[in-house]
Ligand binder design. Structure first.
Ligand code: HEC
Ligand code: HEC
Length: 156
């Protein structure tokens, strides 16, 4: 490989790296997860990125874990406090999230509905998906905060 070839490859590499970083940042999903959050809030679904809901929504969810979307997700008080303050501190960075969505769901947020307008109602209900809340069914990297549209795969 001659040197100009090397330089152009290095440049392409850098470009990929920086778009990747800009992407993660614009999604508000670049924040490393609080270990407690990952431990307690990723048992039934992925650890949703904190930046995808406004602080008020997280606070309401954390204040009502005994009736959490039809299940009991309650935790000891110290864990609730720790997770609540981390979520609040990292809330609301995704596409200027600020409006509190109905039921404090990410999936009822205006940006979410817009982003998923191509997905037909019947698709969400497939056995392989279950509901829109099951991000990982289509976003294979959801647990790591990767929601890049280029990595989406809708299961049959
Ligand atoms: C015992 C299982 C369980 C645990 C533990 C749990 N959840 Fe959930 N969560 C659910 C269920 C069930 C739903 C509703 C999923 C659906 O509608 O398909 C849900 C939905 C959500 C949603 C809304 C998703 C949407 O539709 O946009 C958020 C936000 C959420 N959970 C946050 C949390 C947080 C924060 C914690 C940790 C404190 C947590 N969950 C722990 C079961 C759980
Ligand atoms: C049925 C499959 C499916 C599920 C489940 C799903 N998505 Fe998506 N998602 C898509 C598709 C399809 C797109 C649009 C891809 C495109 O425009 O090419 C998308 C796009 C996105 C984008 C925009 C990506 C970008 O590059 O602009 C985000 C962010 C996102 N989804 C987050 C979520 C979150 C958070 C959840 C769970 C609460 C979720 N999605 C659940 C299929 C899904």
């Amino acid at each position: 490989m001659n040197s100009s070839n090397f330089v152009s490859r290095a440049l392409v590499g850098l470009m990929f790296l920086s778009t990747g970083l800009a992407f993660a940042e614009s999604r508000g999903s670049s924040v490393p997860l609080l270990p407690k959050y990952e431990q307690e809030c990723a048992a039934c679904h992925v650890a949703y990125p904190a930046g995808m809901l406004p602080a008020r929504s997280w606070q309401r969810l954390m204040g009502n874990l005994t009736s959490h979307f039809g299940t009991d997700a309650s935790l000891d008080e110290a864990s609730v406090r720790e997770i609540d303050s981390w979520l609040s501190a990292n809330a609301g960075t995704f596409r200027r999230v600020s409006a509190e969505p109905p039921q404090d769901r990410i999936t009822t947020s205006a940006w979410f509905v817009r982003q998923h307008h191509e997905v037909q109602a019947s698709v969400w209900k497939r056995a392989s998906i279950g509901s829109a809340s099951n991000c990982a069914a289509c976003h294979g990297g959801a647990a790591k905060g990767d929601f890049n549209e280029d990595h989406v795969r809708i299961p049959r």
